[in-house]
Design a protein around this ligand. Structure first.
Ligand code: C5P
Length: 223
C-alpha cells in the first residue's frame, strides 16, 4: 500500500515543527523536520570555516560528510553529522542563517531531496519545510501552508531561544526572521510559496492547542 504523506510548509517560526510533531504523534506517522537537514550541512560548513553561501565549497563539504536522521528513545528526531549527535548544536542563530544560505544552492537541494523522498517512501510521514508541498512531495495527501505575522513568529522564536539559554534580544530575532523570509521567498531554487492545492492556516493569536485542533480536524477530513 502506498504511504500517506502530509506536507507542512511555511516561514520560520510559524509553529511548523511543534505542530507537525504533535500531528505525527496523533496519527502514528513519522515526523520529518527537513530544516534540520539543511542546518546539519550548514553546521558542517561553518565548522570548516566555509562560507555557507559559497556553492562550490559547500558542495565539496556535502560530498565529504555523512548526514543521518535518527529517532531517540524520546521519539524526537535527532541529527547526526559523521555519526555524532548534533541535534542541539544546529539550533543556534548562526546555524539558522547558514541553513538559509546553503538551502539557496540548487545542487544542495537536489541532493537532499532524494533523502527526503526516500523517507516518505518508507513510512507514513508528516514532513515540514519550505518546499515539501511544491517540490519534494507534490503528490502529498494533505498540504498545509502555515503562517503567522513576522512579529508573532519573532516573539515565539525569542521565547524559545531564551528557554534554551541563548542570549538574544527581540529586535535582533525579528530582523533575522524578516531577512530569512526575504531570502527564502526570493531565491530561485524552490522558493517558499504556497502550493496551489495547499490549505493556508494562520496561527497568529491562536494557542498551540487551538492550532493543533484545527489542523487535525482539517487533516482527518482530507486523509
Ligand atoms: O525550518 P528551519 O528554520 O529549521 O530551516 C532552516 C532553513 O533551511 C530555512 O531558513 C530555509 O532556508 C531552509 N529550508 C529549506 N527547505 C526546507 C527546509 C528548510 O530551504 N524544506
Amino acid at each position: 500500500m502506498s504511504k500517506k504523506s502530509i506536507a507542512i510548509d511555511g516561514p520560520s517560526g510559524a509553529g511548523k515543527s511543534t505542530l507537525a510533531r504533535q500531528i505525527a504523534k496523533a496519527l502514528g506517522f513519522l515526523y520529518v523536520d527537513t530544516g534540520a537537514i539543511y542546518r546539519t550541512l550548514a553546521l558542517a560548513a561553518l565548522r570548516r570555516g566555509i562560507d555557507p553561501a559559497n556553492s562550490a565549497d559547500v558542495l565539496e563539504v556535502l560530498h565529504g560528510i555523512k548526514i543521518d536522521l535518527g529517532y531517540g528513545a524520546d521519539g524526537l528526531q535527532h541529527m547526526y553529522l559523521d555519526g555524532a549527535d548534533v541535534t542541539e548544536e544546529i539550533r543556534t542563530p548562526a546555524v539558522s542563517a547558514g541553513a538559509s544560505a546553503v538551502s539557496a544552492i540548487p545542487a544542495v537541494r537536489t541532493f537532499l531531496m532524494d533523502m527526503q523522498r526516500d523517507l516518505a517512501a518508507s513510512r507514513d510521514v508528516v514532513m515540514d519545510g519550505r518546499d515539501i508541498g511544491t517540490v519534494v512531495l507534490p503528490g502529498a495527501d494533505v498540504k498545509i501552508f502555515l503562517t503567522a505575522t513576522a512579529e508573532e513568529r519573532a516573539r515565539r522564536r525569542y521565547e524559545e531561544l531564551l528557554l534554551r539559554g541563548t542570549e538574544v534580544d527581540y529586535e535582533t530575532v525579528l530582523r533575522d526572521i524578516v531577512a530569512r523570509d526575504e531570502r527564502d521567498t526570493s531565491r530561485t531554487a524552490a522558493p517558499l510559496r504556497q502550493a496551489e492545492d495547499a490549505v493556508a492556516v494562520d496561527t497568529t493569536g491562536k494557542s498551540q492547542e487551538e492550532s493543533l485542533d484545527l489542523l487535525l480536524n482539517l487533516i482527518r477530513r482530507q486523509l
